[in-house]
Design a protein around this ligand. Structure first.
Ligand code: F6R
Length: 608
């Protein structure tokens, strides 16, 4: 949730740390801080609010000279956002500084123990126990002190650690939370997300759980909790720095929406070969696929919504029973898992704590796990049996758009692969579906180019108090995502409703002028939805419909209509979501919201 950046080398550390933190601000942004060694001691600067407060306070890092340091941008979990609670945290002498992402679960017991030994705490955070613990164990050897500290703490965390009397070393360790080491020329970086350091290097080392990095300007030494050296491979990240910059767009969200053609194409094309669907990553024979008893799809937030869509598609196309679960529910509901079930976990970040826990639980139950993930080398990608990457590139805006679209494509391909292996999809039907798939990127682009119309419609609803999204079948799944997009970035309350459910309660909330977005892309359900539109209209609703080209019945009942180009009915989510993303975006911009960093939210939720 929070962001970590550290630097050791020959350049000024503070501006590099600030630059990296700026790229991580989407992960957490209620306070920030840095500690930099100036040749004699560790100097700190901390500030509440957005990163630019820290930037101004340190004049772009100039007030913190030195070539080694650590920084952090925080999303408060333990203790309110304040300068005192901002990281880094230090021991009382200020000679050991620590930044942490994650949670130290046993911090209260540790704190009591340390306090009984005379340690004084300044903050309410769990992190502050770490520098005091290190201080407690430190007798001149940082590696030993770190190992002893690790033996005491429980939880999931990623740490950057510096010692004033070992100023040529920067230490880092992780357990469950993401952290990478970047290797430059005569310099090393640590970061909780590769986008923070892409500007400086694309050579990275993925630290494993409880692997410790001891970095100097000239080299890296990796060791485990038994202080045994371990060798680590350097991987090259193929994202380039422009992918993590706004590139002239006002917001990352807009830029990422506009990248959807590319994200969809990059996820699709490598898996279409000579009229066949080839998913090399899924190392299962057709026979093994055909023998899968049941599919569980598990994810959080928008990724869960792609799972809801996928359930309709798998069941329709491959005639395979599917259960879709929120990871936070699945992990505690004791699901009836059997060895020949396949569990598909979906995650953009590959680090979401609940999704990861669900993966582990299913894996322990003996199920094979297929992960659909965007971030290469992420924990979920590393722990799954099979990984199908969505090639959407880095997603910076908190609200997902292009990763969502890429996830849908991965799921369509998977469902088609299953349908083929189970004998339900071949010949003309397969060809026409592949044809529809290959048209999607350009159709998405066409809808994106129509954004001025959405901007005009959005301008009328900037003051809306509540918005309802209604649809049936797959259209209901689209509504779930459309509604989440709107509420998370514009703070307008919105609800997604299976249209047939309206009469069972929600319709009492419709009043004069309430905006109802009605999604109708399924010909077989169009008439039913038309009746639902009439019902809410009769109670004063204003209707924005998203429907397929030529559906004049729906258009005639609507105040505003967005027509979608023709595609296969099972793929309509990929098109219908575009105007809904745009609607959310332009309403949020019109309300002056911080679209890329909505309040209370962080991009990757690595705590439960
Ligand atoms: C909403 C959004 C979140 C994520 C959810 C899962 O716009 O982005 O709902 O979809 O937090 O995150 P990942 O996909 O990283 O597991």
């Amino acid at each position: 949730m929070c962001g970590i950046v550290g630097y050791i080398g020959k350049q000024k550390a503070a501006p590099i740390i600030l630059d990296g933190l700026e790229r991580l601000e989407y992960r957490g942004y209620d306070s920030a801080g840095m500690a930099v060694y100036d040749g004699e001691k560790l100097n700190q600067a901390k500030a509440t609010g957005r990163l630019n407060v820290l930037y101004n306070l340190t004049r772009g890092g100039q007030t913190l000279p030195g070539t080694m340091g650590i920084g952090h941008t925080r999303w408060a979990t333990h203790g309110v956002p304040s300068t005192v609670n901002a990281h880094p945290h230090t021991n009382t002498a200020g000679t050991i500084a620590v930044v942490q992402n994650g949670i130290i679960e046993n911090y209260q017991a540790l704190r009591r123990r340390l306090e009984s030994r005379g340690y004084k705490f300044a903050s309410d955070t769990d992190t502050e126990v770490l520098p005091h613990l290190l201080d407690n164990y430190y007798n001149g050897d940082p590696r030993k002190a770190i190992i002893q500290m690790l033996q005491q703490i429980t939880g999931s965390f990623a740490l950057g650690i510096v010692f004033a009397d070992h100023p040529d070393h920067l230490y880092s360790v992780r357990k469950e939370c993401p952290l990478i080491v970047g290797k430059g020329e005569g310099e090393y970086f640590i970061a909780s997300d590769v986008t923070a350091i892409l500007k400086y290097t694309r050579d990275v080392v993925y630290l494993g759980n409880l692997e410790i990095a001891d970095l100097t300007a000239d080299g890296a030494f990796y060791f485990n909790i038994d202080e045994e050296e371990i060798s680590k491979e350097v991987s090259t990240v193929d994202w380039d720095v422009s992918a993590a910059e706004k590139g002239g767009y006002e917001h990352f969200m807009l830029k990422e929406m506009m990248e959807q053609r590319q994200a969809v194409r990059d996820t699709l094309n490598p898996r279409l070969k000579k009229g066949e669907i080839v998913i090399e990553e899924l190392k299962m024979t057709d026979e093994e696929i055909a023998n899968v008893r049941k599919l569980f799809i598990v994810a959080c937030g928008s990724a869960y919504h792609t799972g809801v869509t996928a359930k309709y598609i798998f069941e329709n196309l491959a005639r395979l029973p599917v259960e879709v679960d929120l990871a936070s529910e699945f992990r505690y509901r004791d699901p009836l898992l059997e060895k020949d079930d396949l569990v598909v976990v979906i995650s953009q970040s590959g680090e979401t704590a609940d999704t990861l826990a669900a993966l582990r639980m299913a894996s322990e139950a003996g199920c094979k796990i297929l992960a659909i993930v965007n971030v290469v080398g992420s924990t979920i990608a590393r722990e799954a049996d099979f990984v199908m990457y969505t090639w959407a590139g880095p997603e910076i805006a908190v609200a997902t758009t292009k990763a969502y679209s890429a996830q849908l494509i991965a799921l369509y391909l998977l469902a088609m692969k299953f349908a083929g292996a189970r004998g339900y999809l071949h010949g003309r039907k397969l060809r026409s579906m592949i044809d529809a798939l290959t048209k999607l990127p350009d159709q998405i682009e066409m809808l994106l180019n129509n954004r001025e119309e959405l901007q005009r419609i959005a301008s009328r609803f900037i003051a809306a108090r509540a918005v309802f999204f209604i649809g049936r079948g797959i259209d209901y799944a689209i509504c779930l995502e459309g509604s989440l997009k709107l509420k998370e970035i514009s703070y307008i309350h919105s609800e997604a409703y299976a249209a047939g459910e309206l009469k069972h309660g929600t319709i009492s909330l419709i009043e004069d002028g309430t905006l109802v977005a009605a999604v109708s892309t399924q010909a077989s359900l169009s008439e039913k939805l038309l009746s639902n539109i009439k019902e809410v209209k009769a109670r004063g609703a204003v209707i924005l419909s998203i429907t397929t080209m030529g559906n004049t019945d729906i258009e005639n009942e609507s105040d505003y209509t967005v027509m979608l180009p023709e595609t296969h009915p099972l793929f309509t989510d990929s098109l219908a979501i575009i105007p809904l993303q745009m609607l959310a975006y332009y309403i949020a911009v019109g309300r002056g919201c911080d679209v890329d960093k909505p309040r209370n939210l962080a991009k990757s939720v690595t705590v439960e």
